[in-house]
Design a protein around this ligand. Structure first.
Ligand SMILES: Nc1ncnc2c1ncn2[C@@H]1O[C@H](COP(=O)(O)OP(=O)(O)OP(=O)(O)O)[C@@H](O)[C@H]1O
Ligand SMILES: CC(C)(CO)[C@@H](O)C(=O)NCCC(=O)O
Ligand SMILES: [K+]
Length: 232
C-alpha cells in the first residue's frame, strides 16, 4: 500500500493507493495509517512543512520515499517545454494521468487551484505546452486588494451580467476562467482542422464551479494528480 502526497501551493493533499484503486484521505488518516504503507510517492511545488513531517517519519520508519519530478519524457509522454525542468510537476502529473486514462486522445487538462493551469497533450503523447493564469480566489483578491470600492460577500451569485459588486466580480472571474478553457478547446480543435474536439478534463478545488459554467462536455476528475503519482 502506497501513500501518495500532492504538496500544492495552498495545501497538501493525501491519497492511499493499493490494488483496489486510489482513495483520498485526510492528513490525520494518513498519519494514523502510516505503519501500513510500504512506500511514499510525492510531488512538491512549494516546499511544504506538512510534507516534510511525513518525509521525516518515512525516514525514521525505513519506508522508501520517492519524489516525482518533471522529466523530458515519462511513459512515452514528451514534454512540450523548452526547459522541461521548469514545468510544474503538478501539471506534468495531470498530463501523465490523462495519458493513462485516455490514451491517444487529444486532451485539455485544467487544474483550477491557486493558479489555473491549462495543458494540452495530443494523440501521439506529445505535450504541447499550456497556460498559467491566476486562480479564481487570486483573481478576486488581487482586485479587492487594489481597488477600495470592490468587495465580495458570503455568497455572490453568478449572473449573465452582474448586478452588484460581489456578483459582478464573481461572474467576471468565472467567465475569465471558462473563457480561457473554451479558447484552449477552440485552439485545439482548430489545430485538428476543426474535426476533433479535445477531451476536457477538470481537476482542482474550483473544477466543479468552472465545469458548471463551461460550454460542452468535460470530465471532472478530483484525484487526477494522484492518478499521475500512482504511475510511479
Ligand atoms: N479548504 C480550501 N482551502 C483552500 N482553497 C479552497 C478550499 N476549498 C475550496 N477552495 C478553492 O479551491 C481553490 C484551491 O484549489 P486547490 O485545493 O486545488 O488548490 P491548491 O491546494 O492551491 O492546489 P495547488 O496549490 O496544487 O494549485 C481556491 O481558489 C478556492 O477557491
Ligand atoms: C503553475 C503552478 C503554480 C500551478 O500549481 C505550478 O505548476 C508551478 O509552480 N509551475 C512552475 C512554472 C511552470 O509550470 O511553468
Ligand atoms: K494543483
Amino acid at each position: 500500500m502506497k501513500l501518495l502526497i500532492d504538496s500544492g501551493n495552498t495545501r497538501c493533499k493525501y491519497a492511499v493507493a493499493d490494488e483496489t484503486g486510489i482513495q483520498l484521505v485526510s492528513h490525520d488518516q494518513a498519519l494514523k495509517q502510516f505503519n501500513l504503507f510500504d512506500a511514499v510517492i510525492y510531488s512538491d511545488v512549494s516546499n511544504s512543512k506538512e510534507l516534510n513531517d511525513f518525509l521525516v517519519l518515512a525516514k525514521e520508519q525505513g519506508v522508501t520515499a520517492k519524489e516525482v519530478v518533471t522529466e523530458q519524457q515519462s511513459f512515452g509522454v514528451v514534454s512540450g517545454y523548452n526547459d522541461f525542468k521548469t514545468l510544474g510537476v503538478d501539471r506534468w502529473l495531470g498530463v501523465l494521468a490523462v495519458d493513462l486514462l485516455f490514451p491517444n486522445q487529444v486532451c485539455v487538462v485544467v487544474d483550477a487551484g491557486t493558479a489555473i493551469t491549462v495543458d494540452v497533450i495530443d494523440h501521439q503523447k506529445q505535450h504541447l505546452g499550456g497556460w498559467i493564469v491566476p486562480g479564481l480566489h487570486l483573481m478576486e483578491q488581487s482586485i479587492i486588494d487594489r481597488a477600495p470600492k470592490v468587495f465580495s460577500n458570503e455568497a455572490p451569485i453568478l449572473e449573465p451580467f452582474g448586478t452588484s459588486t460581489p456578483n459582478a466580480l464573481r461572474s467576471g472571474v468565472i467567465n475569465m476562467a471558462t473563457g480561457t478553457v473554451e479558447k484552449a478547446i477552440r485552439l485545439c480543435s482548430d489545430m485538428n482542422n476543426g474535426s476533433v474536439r479535445p477531451k476536457v478534463i477538470l481537476t482542482g478545488g474550483d473544477a466543479a464551479l468552472i465545469g458548471q459554467n463551461l460550454e460542452g462536455e468535460f470530465e471532472l476528475i478530483d484525484n487526477l494528480i494522484f492518478v499521475g503519482l500512482n504511475r510511479f
